[in-house]
Design a protein around this ligand. Structure first.
Ligand SMILES: [Zn+2]
Ligand SMILES: [Zn+2]
Length: 269
């Protein structure tokens, strides 16, 4: 069996997104027709919902009340929530001792309380619309920052093909796909997971860093050369996975790496 990430037809399909009003209008037109046939459902409780803009995918009223708030004062370096007046140009208490190969991280929410439950659901194949909705929220709250990064390629943190086959979904791929549509830049698998390692979330901080080493390798050396990459994943904890991925991308010739995630875990939650 070939590694699935070697032959991903969807990522090639979105390689070149036409930047034109015609494209936007025709896409919205199709979405509106589809919404008539399949009314939009809340991505969390799956109840049909009425929205003012029928193309807008969002939570129903009840679920919106429970949805976690986005981070109001993020660390400029690692994306973690910090106090309103904390200066974070060179990091915060969560990251100042860490050395990262990537430049910056942005995150929608802290991995705590309800956000933990949402992130766990995002790993289920039947909750990819939830993952899509949270990514849209990430975009809405961090659009200015992400645009200022001037990235020209989105790369999802890969999942081993065996695990991908078993789970039948990959949140990082959903996030890459959604941000690709918003930013109008392509997304592509440029990394592969070299072995099926132990799940990072089950390991201690030191074990995570060791486990992540040499776990990822570049897939298409030429495709990242000179590119500014936006690396995406669902959760960033110690940053060891993103760090190893960033190193692999930089070794393959990309100019810089920035990271966008749905949730930032600090180990204190
Ligand atoms: Zn709902
Ligand atoms: Zn920080």
């Amino acid at each position: 069996m070939t590694d699935r990430v070697d032959a991903n037809p969807t990522s090639e399909f979105v390689k070149d997104i036409p930047d034109s009003k015609f494209w936007d209008l025709s896409t919205r037109g199709w979405e509106q027709i589809l919404n008539l046939v399949f009314p939009p459902a809340c991505p969390l409780c799956h109840q049909f919902i009425k929205t003012e803009d029928s193309t807008e995918q969002s939570f129903c009223e009840q679920c919106r009340e429970q949805a976690p708030e986005s981070i109001q004062h993020p660390c400029q370096r690692c994306g973690a929530e910090v106090g309103a007046y904390v200066k974070t140009e060179s990091g915060c208490a969560h990251c100042s001792k860490d050395r990262f190969a990537f430049e910056q991280v942005t995150s929608l929410m802290m991995y705590q309380g309800e956000a933990r439950r949402l992130c766990k659901l995002c790993k289920e194949w039947n909750y990819q619309s939830l993952c899509h909705t949270l990514t849209r929220q990430l975009w809405q709250s961090r659009e200015e920052l992400i645009r200022s990064w001037n990235c020209d390629l989105i790369v999802p943190v890969p999942m081993h093909w065996g695990k991908r086959l078993f789970r039948n979904c990959h949140p990082a791929e959903t996030i890459a796909n959604t941000l690709s549509t918003q930013l109008k830049i392509p997304w592509r698998y440029c990394l592969r997971q070299t072995r099926s390692g132990t799940t990072q979330s089950q390991l201690s901080r030191t074990a995570r860093i060791q486990n992540a080493r040499e776990l990822y390798a570049p897939l298409r050396r030429a495709s990242v050369k000179g590119k500014s990459v936006l690396l995406v994943d669902d959760i960033l904890t110690t940053g060891s996975t993103a760090n190893v991925c960033a190193k692999a991308l930089l070794n393959a010739g990309c100019s810089q790496v920035r990271v966008a995630v749905l949730a930032r875990a600090t180990g204190q939650t």
